[in-house]
Design a protein around this ligand. Structure first.
Ligand SMILES: C=CC1=C(C)c2cc3[nH]c(cc4nc(cc5[nH]c(cc1n2)c(C)c5CCC(=O)O)C(CCC(=O)O)=C4C)c(C)c3C=C
Ligand SMILES: [Fe+2]
Ligand SMILES: [Fe+2]
Length: 342
C-alpha cells in the first residue's frame, strides 16, 4: 500500500518588531498597517496615512513601549508562540503531523513556514490563526496571505482554516484555571474583560443582512452574527464568566487600543476605568481573551498603563490575568483543534 503523507500544521500569530530600535518598529508598523484588511481604505490614501503620518510619528513612541516589554528572549509574543509550537509538536503524533509556526507580519514569515510544509510533502495543511475571535483584520488577513502564497504552487494540498475557537472547552478551561489562580490570592469587586478593538466600520462591512448594529445585537450569539467580532467577544466573556461562576452584574466587556479618529467598537476600556473608579470600585481582575500570548497590548497597555490610570483615580488593585502562552491546557486545546480537522 502507498503511504499517504503527513498533515502540516501552521500556527500563525500577528508578528512583532525584530528589535526595539525605532527603525525596526517603523518597518513592522509599515508592513502591518499597509495591510488593506487592517486599515481598510483605498491603497493610495492608506500609503499616505501610513508612510507620512502613522509610521513616522508613532514609531518612536511605540519603540519606547516595546522597550518596556522586551525580555532577554526578545518579544514575548514571539517566544511564547515558539514555545507553543515546540510543545504542540511534542503532544502530536510525529508520524502524522509536521508543525510549523509563522507570523503574519515580519518574521518568521508565513511563506517560510509554508515552504517547510511543502518540503515535508504534506498531504493537507491545517492553519490555526492564533486569534480566538474571527476578525477580517486578523484571521481574515492570515487566510488571505496563505492563499496569496499557495496560489503560486503547482500542487495545492487540501487546506483547512480554523476561523474561531471561542467555545472550545479547553480554551475556556485554560482561562478558568488562570482566573482561579488569581482569585485564590485576592478577592475582586469587578471582572473586566478587555478585548482588542476594531473600527466600527469593519464590523458593519462584515455584517450579514445588516444584522449587526453594534448594540444589544451582540448580547446574543448565533448563526446571524457568528463572524461579528464584537458579538464573539461578548460571547467569550459569558462563557469564561460562567466557567468561573462570576456574578453577571460584576462582569464587564470592553475594547482597547483605538487607533485614529474613527469610531471603534464600544465601550472603550478607558471609559470603563473612569466609570469603575467613579463608582468607588477598588479591586479589579482583568482578562484579555482576544490574545493567547502576553504581548504589548496585554502586558504594557492593560498591565501597566491602565493600571496606573486606575490607581491614579483611587483604585487599589488592578490585576491582569496572564495569557495562555504555552500552558498545558492551552497546548491540549491546540492539539484537539488540530486533531479534529486532520
Ligand atoms: C485580537 C487581535 C487583534 C486585532 C483584532 C487587531 C486589530 C488591529 N490592530 C491595529 C493596530 C495595532 N495593533 C498593534 C499591536 C497588536 N495588535 C494585536 C492583535 C490584534 N490587532 C497584537 C497581538 C498586538 C501586539 C503585538 C506585539 O508585538 O506584542 C499595534 C502596534 C503597537 C503599537 O504601536 O501600539 C498597532 C498599531 C489595528 C489598526 C487593528 C484593526 C483594524
Ligand atoms: Fe492590533
Ligand atoms: Fe453585533
Amino acid at each position: 500500500m502507498i503511504k499517504s503523507g503527513k498533515t502540516g500544521v501552521l500556527l500563525v500569530n500577528l508578528g512583532t518588531p525584530d528589535s526595539t530600535a525605532t527603525g525596526d518598529v517603523r518597518k513592522y508598523l509599515r508592513e502591518f498597517l499597509m495591510d488593506g484588511r487592517v486599515i481598510d481604505i483605498p491603497s493610495f490614501p492608506r500609503w499616505l496615512l501610513v508612510n507620512l503620518i502613522i509610521a513616522p510619528f508613532r514609531s518612536p513612541k511605540s519603540a519606547g513601549e516595546y522597550r518596556k516589554l522586551w525580555t532577554d528572549r526578545g518579544s514575548p509574543l514571539l517566544f511564547h508562540t515558539e514555545d507553543l509550537k515546540a510543545k504542540v509538536e511534542k503532544v502530536l503524533d510525529p508520524t502524522q503531523f509536521v508543525v510549523t509556526m509563522g507570523m503574519r507580519y515580519q518574521s518568521p514569515s508565513i511563506e517560510s513556514a509554508l515552504e517547510e510544509l511543502m518540503k515535508a510533502k504534506v498531504k493537507k495543511i491545517i492553519v490555526l490563526p492564533l486569534f480566538p475571535q474571527y476578525a477580517s483584520a486578523t484571521n481574515g488577513s492570515v487566510i488571505d496571505k496563505v492563499m496569496e502564497i499557495v496560489k503560486r504552487w503547482q500542487i495545492i494540498p487540501e487546506i483547512s482554516f480554523i476561523s474561531n475557537f471561542i467555545d472550545h472547552p479547553l480554551f475556556l478551561k485554560a482561562w478558568e484555571e488562570l482566573g482561579k489562580e488569581m482569585m485564590e490570592k485576592q478577592e475582586y469587586d469587578r471582572f473586566l474583560f478587555s478585548y482588542h478593538g476594531l473600527p466600527e466600520r469593519q464590523i458593519r462591512k462584515g455584517s450579514v443582512d445588516n444584522y449587526c448594529q453594534l448594540g444589544a445585537c451582540c448580547n446574543k450569539y448565533g448563526p446571524s452574527n457568528q463572524f461579528c467580532y464584537r458579538a464573539q467577544c461578548f460571547q467569550t466573556t459569558r462563557l469564561i464568566a460562567a466557567k468561573l461562576g462570576l456574578p453577571e452584574d460584576k462582569v464587564m466587556t470592553c475594547f482597547q487600543s483605538r487607533l485614529g479618529k474613527d469610531p471603534w467598537i464600544q465601550p472603550y476600556t478607558e471609559d470603563m476605568i473612569k466609570k469603575l473608579a467613579s463608582e468607588g470600585v477598588k479591586k479589579v481582575l482583568v482578562f484579555s481573551p482576544a490574545f493567547v500570548a502576553d504581548c504589548l497590548e496585554t502586558t504594557v497597555e492593560v498591565g501597566q498603563e491602565y493600571k496606573e490610570q486606575f490607581e491614579e483615580m483611587g483604585g487599589e488593585h488592578w490585576d491582569l490575568v496572564p495569557s495562555l502562552n504555552s500552558g498545558d491546557t492551552w497546548v491540549a486545546c491546540v492539539k484537539e483543534l488540530v486533531e479534529s480537522r486532520a
